[in-house]
Ligand binder design. Structure first.
Ligand code: NDP
Ligand code: OXD
Length: 313
């Protein structure tokens, strides 16, 4: 009988059910954490978004771990990820397309003053002709120019906005003004009327959306965070909105998810909230990526998108 490697799925409650049936049809033995009893030495592979602290370290025969999302901070934030085990992250064009749609939606809602018109409609008020700022004068700056950031930046540039981006290494593209590293961070911020965060969350980028960053943005700048809640100091954002320096913010990700009911962000008049839905990993695509990745390791190959242990993303 063919050897079927054992995959441990670690995903909370209902969320896990998205993948269970599809994975169970693959050439693997599926074990679901929290549902099935298992011997730790029987696990060959793991699939998760945010495994509980210490769990992966307790699996002595783990050959590789696969992330259910593009971001792998959920694996690495505790500092206990077993260094010998390759970690593969989810990279797929569907994520970039969905993120570009999300960012375009939020940029245009802000730029075309849609929320003001919605409020006026609620009051049955016919607003006098209000002109949006000129598109060519509205500079959109991307923090993070990776798989998702580059694609999204190009789609926003297609709409006529001047686009810039900041990354560790710098990126060259005809539609983009590129800034790199700490030395160019403040210059980048000074010319971003709309700031979009699509960075990976690492020790270096944690809390990067803070009071100093907001102060370096132009007056009335607008902030969109679709990367991770850990990038943002929420109290600094509220202060920058309340003092009138920032004109508004859209947040898809939060330090604590679900966002607690008593968070002041819920009712803040300048904040729009979405529940971590900017780009959702599609179950069929995720299952294919995990099964193909396992097959590659079983053949003795290394699949694409193994996380660099030096940069941790
Ligand atoms: P990539 O790893 O491809 O890109 C990460 C980008 O961040 C790169 O441009 C990288 O720079 C930059 N970066 C990392 N560290 C630093 C640093 N210290 N200084 C400057 N730049 C830095 O990731 P993806 O584009 O695939 O995804 C980005 C993030 O989007 C994910 O990590 C995740 O958090 C988030 N995400 C959110 C979703 C949602 O639904 N809200 C869905 C999917 C992703 P360089 O290019 O030089 O390496
Ligand atoms: C991801 C996410 O990282 O969904 O892919 O947040």
């Amino acid at each position: 009988m063919a050897h079927h490697p054992t995959l441990l799925l670690i995903a909370p409650g209902k969320w896990g059910t998205l993948w269970i049936d599809k994975l169970a049809k693959g050439p693997i033995r599926l074990v679901v954490h929290g549902r099935d009893a298992y011997a730790t030495d029987a696990i060959d592979y793991a699939l998760s978004f945010r495994p509980p602290a210490g769990l992966l370290k307790s699996l002595p025969n783990l050959k590789a771990a696969f992330s259910l999302g593009a971001g792998v901070d959920g694996f690495l934030e505790n500092g206990d990820y077993p260094a010998r085990v390759p970690l593969v992250r989810f990279v797929d064009p569907t994520l970039s397309v969905e993120m570009a749609q999300y960012v375009i939606l939020q940029v245009l809602m802000h730029h075309r003053l849609q929320r003001k018109f919605d409020a006026a409609q609620r009051d049955r008020t016919w607003m006098q002709r209000v002109l949006p700022r000129r598109t060519e004068d509205t500079r959109v700056g991307f923090l993070g120019l990776g798989e998702i950031g580059m694609f999204t930046a190009e789609r926003v540039a297609d709409l006529g906005f001047p686009v810039s981006g900041w990354s560790r290494s710098g990126k060259a593209a005809p539609y983009l003004k590129s800034f790199a590293g700490e030395a160019q961070f403040t210059a980048f911020l000074g010319q971003a009327d709309i700031l979009v965060c699509l960075l990976s969350l690492t020790r270096q980028t944690k809390g990067i959306l803070n009071a100093r960053t907001f102060a370096a943005l132009p007056k009335d700048a607008f902030v969109i965070n679709a990367a991770r809640g850990g990038h943002l100091i929420e109290t600094d954002l509220i202060a920058a909105l309340d003092c009138g320096h920032l004109s508004g913010a859209v947040l898809d990700v939060f330090e604590t998810e679900p966002l607690p009911a008593d968070s002041p962000l819920w009712a803040h008049p300048k904040v729009s909230i979405t529940p971590h839905i900017a780009a959702i990993s599609q179950p069929d695509v995720v299952v294919r990526y995990a099964l193909d990745g396992i097959a590659a390791f079983e053949r003795g190959e290394r699949p694409a998108n193994i996380v660099d242990v030096a940069t941790t993303y």
